[in-house]
Design a protein around this ligand. Sequence first.
Ligand code: NAP
Length: 252
Amino acid sequence: MNLGFIGTGNIVTDVITGICNSKISHNKIIISPRNKKKAQYLKKKFKKIIIAKDNQAVIAKSDWIFLGVLPKVGESILPKLNFKKKQTVISFMSTTNYPKLKKLIKKKIIIIRAIPMPPIRLGKGPVAIFPPNKKVKSFFDKIGTTIEIKNEKLSKNFWAISGTMASFYELLAVLSNWLTRKKTNKSDAQKYVTLLYSALAELALLNSKKPLKNLVNEQTPGGLNWQGVNELRKSGYYRLLEKSLRKIYKRL
Ligand SMILES: NC(=O)c1ccc[n+]([C@@H]2O[C@H](COP(=O)([O-])OP(=O)(O)OC[C@H]3O[C@@H](n4cnc5c(N)ncnc54)[C@H](OP(=O)(O)O)[C@@H]3O)[C@@H](O)[C@H]2O)c1
């Protein structure tokens, strides 16, 4: 099977890195020339990469075509592209919904929307897909954990949650900058904060069948963590987080 990618940006680079380091069997990976720098980097790094001359050439050589362009770009280029009958299109575009994709692609082919996230480059993390599809599920299960979603309205909620990634990284940056200002060197500060939060996330994952609230409630009353969460709660920090989720959702 040949895999084609239109748009060679951040998320496509992560997905291709995940694929090339995984057990996914594929013949060639055909990428579009833009972004030139990233396309050259991928070609140098992995044997099976071919840089096509343009987007239509990616489609001509591929069985599955992944759309890794920004929604505005995708919406302007898709009507000019011709897909073949038995092809599958997997779109990563956040705000281009399923009915719109169908209209833009015109051909009656399999279309899947997927939400890969950067840790896919490590073969980790959830990949929400809509609509459910066995082959696509099995593919993403080799570079993460696929979550199949039955209707598009529900899938928008997952897109909204995926839009909190940068605020999580901002939290890590704020905490480590705070430590640095208190005279810890930057590298130790970043090491402490990232090790702490990745371990906390691992523990939460192990406990994810039980209510996550248990991890909050087990804090000692009057203790440091109890103080921290209560102060943030009172100040409206978590209400603001939900408000921001609602605003992200509205764009989807
Ligand atoms: N980043 C994430 O974590 C993430 C997660 C899930 C979904 N997504 C979705 O994935 C899509 C890409 O996001 P991204 O963060 O990877 O963006 P990005 O880094 O800006 O990548 C977009 C790519 O599209 C290329 N491009 C622009 N015009 C093109 C054209 N006419 N034909 C072919 N390629 C063209 C750009 O090349 P140039 O640099 O040459 O302009 C760039 O390589 C978005 O729709 C986003 O919603 C992203």
